[in-house]
Each structure stands twice: as C-alpha cells, then as structure tokens.
Design a protein around this ligand. Sequence first.
Ligand code: FPP
Length: 232
Amino acid sequence: MEQTLKIPTHIGFIMDGNGRWATQRGLSRSDGHRQGAEAMKKVVKACSQKGIKVVSIYAFSCENWSKRPQTEIKFLFSLITQFVKKEMKDYVKSGYRVRFSGDLSQLPKSTQNAVQKIIDASKDNQGLIVNIALNYGSHQEIVRAVNRILQSGLREIDEQMLEDCLYSAGLPPLDLVVRSSGEKRLSNFMLWQASYSELIFLDKYWPDFDEDTLDEILKEYSKRDRRFGGIS
Ligand code: FPP
C-alpha cells in the first residue's frame, strides 16, 4: 500500500562531504564546495515545492575557522557571498524569507553587507523560511542567549525565555535533521532546536543531493513514529 507522505515543518541539513566528493573525482576542494552550492539550490527549491515551511542549513561552523586552510576559508566566503548576492535574489522573488543564525560580525565585510541586504529585501516575504547557519555553533548560541538574559537582570527563566534569545527565535523546532556523507553526528548544529528531531544520515556526499534525494528522505521520515516521550 502507498504510504501517505508526512511533510516536516522544519528540516535541517548538515551539508557534508564536499571535499571527499571532489577528491574522488580528482577535483579541487573548491570544486566540491561549488557543486555543494548547486546541490543546495536544488534541495531548497524542492523543499519549498513539497510544502516544507522552514529549511535550516549549516553553511559554516565556528569551528571551521581554525580547522581548515586559510585559502579554503577565503574561497568559501567568496562563494557564499556570491551565492547570497546572485542566487538569493531569486529566493526573494520566489517569496522566501532569508535569515541567518550565527555571529555575523566576524565575517568579511563584503559578506556582512550582502547578508544584510538579503535579510532586508526578504523580511516581509511569507514563503519558505531559509535559515542559514553561518559562523554558527549551538553551544555558542546557548551561551549568548544566557548572557543576554543575564544582562537583562533576570535571575530565573523558563524554556520560552531562553528560546526567545536564540538566533532561531520564532522558528518552530526542527522535525528532522539530515546529514550527508555517512557521518553520524550533529557537530554542534542546533542542539536545542533538534531535541525531538528525527535524524537521517545518508551515505551520499552533499554535492550528489537533489530533488530525488529529498523524496527518499521524506519517504524515510514518513515511516518514523514520533512519540515525543509518549507511547504509540
Ligand atoms: C562540508 O563539507 C561543507 C562545508 C563546510 C561548506 C558548505 C558550504 C557550501 C556548500 C557553500 C554554499 C553555502 C551557501 C550558504 C551558499 P567538507 O568540506 O567538510 O567535506 P569533507 O568532509 O568531505 O572534507
């Protein structure tokens, strides 16, 4: 019997394996990231077409700065900046709202400017919300939230108050986190927001992700029995 497809409200992607995808083909790591950006384009569009409301994407972690060669970091930011300037114009036209999670003040000025422009241009849109985690870490996000609360003088809080101080304030919790490349870990990605999320780890590298991969993911998600601490 055909199973009815369940559509998550909020899906997160940890884009992993760009480097290995490229190495396998005798290409440079930059080629892998370029192809990764192409895959992101396809997957985000497919998410919108499926009726998903929010897509969160891990583009650059706080830890990436010290663990990659400077040349790769420089390339990544030029790629991300180009993507924001060019491709995200289409996002605005398509009615998507683009937001960012992470400490943007540490990014190259050109990236900051491009990011701010796209946030402003899309802020009233009502379509798919695209949340890009950029210079992001979940621990850093939670500590920042606590510091903001302390600065307000409060001495006791509830969950909602902490949530309101996260970068993701106002977004629904993650229903599903997907990681490519066969690694089975969350790597400091939206840990608070993923507390009851389903997890899917696929063996293929991120540049190979496309619309068909999303179909595969949604089929698997639809089989999951989400109990949130309850019983079936
Ligand atoms: C992980 O693969 C990928 C990244 C750290 C960068 C992801 C960024 C992009 C795809 C650029 C597009 C992003 C936006 C927002 C336009 P890896 O390099 O760690 O792969 P490896 O583990 O095989 O080396």
